[in-house]
Design a protein around this ligand. Structure first.
Ligand code: PMV
Length: 341
């Protein structure tokens, strides 16, 4: 007995209000709401194929053509999808006893280290939902793989509601606006380095939750206000407001990393020089034309409007001429994204 092979793709999302800190480690429930933009799947996405087979003795996953352990997080996602399928009565129950094989790959260099887990888990869960014909919202299941994955379930601009229920049933992602709402919006990914981060996001969050006073202030005071303001800025297509909040939130997240004890850093000297360059560019332009944001790594994501893309690319290429020697990235590589086309 072998099921059909289901193949799906899921995009990367880059947060403008960052998720940082869990209130429940097992259910992956966040301390604060977060907001992101989902990038175009033509540019950066994960692709996953799944099937269920009688001849498998265990669940299998292959990542970029290599068999890797079927982790607890993957097991949790699979268990939850099967429970949904059972409650929705969507497939023959015999089918739920078969083991699965999943094969996943990214269409962007893994070296970029950019939100690959968000796209990967969203893709895995989306593929399973199709395999088991689950119809209900799957963002809370993607969340069990990697928190930020729940936002990749939707396109455009997405809000992950922290929720307040202990079982996490209200910790779901919803769409603020689809990609067609702000067609001029672009994201430019600047690949600064390909070094694996020393502090995982899970590890870093746990230290911040325990030790950072700035984190408490951010969660209680800053994020609730910022989230409402950026949702309004997105709805009103107010780029300068959107950009200001995005940059402030990125800076505060990295300040929290330093305020944690022991501290840890994700940005490097090139990342900091990008911050300086963007502020100088905005100042000379007489208005805020570009926003930067950095996740748990040194790579930058710039948000800007279509009309400024070519000028900003020329500027970046001028300041950071691409040159590779022995795999050491001295310049930046550019992954241009069109958020919506
Ligand atoms: O979902 P995780 O565990 O990979 O954590 C993501 C954390 C950040 O990328 C830094 C912020 C975010 O909201 O995506």
């Amino acid at each position: 007995m072998i099921s059909d092979i289901i193949t799906v793709i899921a995009p990367v999302n880059i947060a403008v209000i960052k998720y940082w800190g869990k209130r429940d480690e097992d259910l992956i429930l966040p301390l604060n709401d977060s907001v992101s933009a989902t990038l175009d799947t033509n540019v950066m996405c994960a692709k996953t194929s799944v099937c269920a087979r009688q001849d498998l003795i265990e669940d299998e996953i292959w990542l970029n053509k290599e068999k890797v352990p079927f982790s607890n997080r993957l097991q949790n996602c699979l268990k939850e999808i099967k429970a949904r399928a059972a409650s929705e009565n969507s497939v023959d129950p015999i089918f739920l006893h078969l083991k699965i094989r999943a094969c996943s790959e990214n269409n962007f260099p893994t070296a970029a280290g950019l939100a690959s887990s968000a796209a990967g888990y969203a893709c895995f869960v989306f593929a399973l939902a199709k395999l088991y014909k689950v119809k209900s919202d799957i963002s809370s299941i993607a969340r069990l793989g990697s928190g930020s994955a729940c936002r990749s379930v939707y396109g455009g601009f997405v809000r992950w509601h922290a929720g307040s229920k202990p079982d996490g049933s209200d910790s779901v992602a919803t769409q603020i606006a689809d990609a067609s709402h702000w067609p001029e919006m672009r994201a430019l990914i600047l690949v600064v380095g390909d070094k694996k981060k020393e502090t995982s996001s899970t590890g870093g969050m746990a230290v911040s939750v325990k030790t950072s006073e700035l984190m408490r202030h951010r969660v209680e005071y800053c994020v609730p206000q910022r989230t409402e303001l950026i949702v309004d800025a997105i709805k009103n297509k107010d780029f300068p407001k959107f950009a200001e909040i995005t940059m402030k939130d990125s800076n505060q997240f990295h300040a929290i990393c330093l305020d944690s004890y022991p501290p840890f850093v994700y940005m490097n000297d090139i990342s900091h020089s990008i911050v300086g360059l963007i502020h100088k560019y905005n100042e000379i332009s007489g208005k805020v034309k570009v926003a930067y944001t950095f996740d748990a790594g040194s790579n930058a994501c710039l948000y800007l409007l279509e009309e400024d893309v070519s000028e900003v690319i020329s500027l970046i290429k001028h300041v950071y001429p691409p040159s590779n020697s022995k795999g050491f990235v001295t310049g930046l590589s550019y992954v241009e994204d069109v958020n919506s086309k």
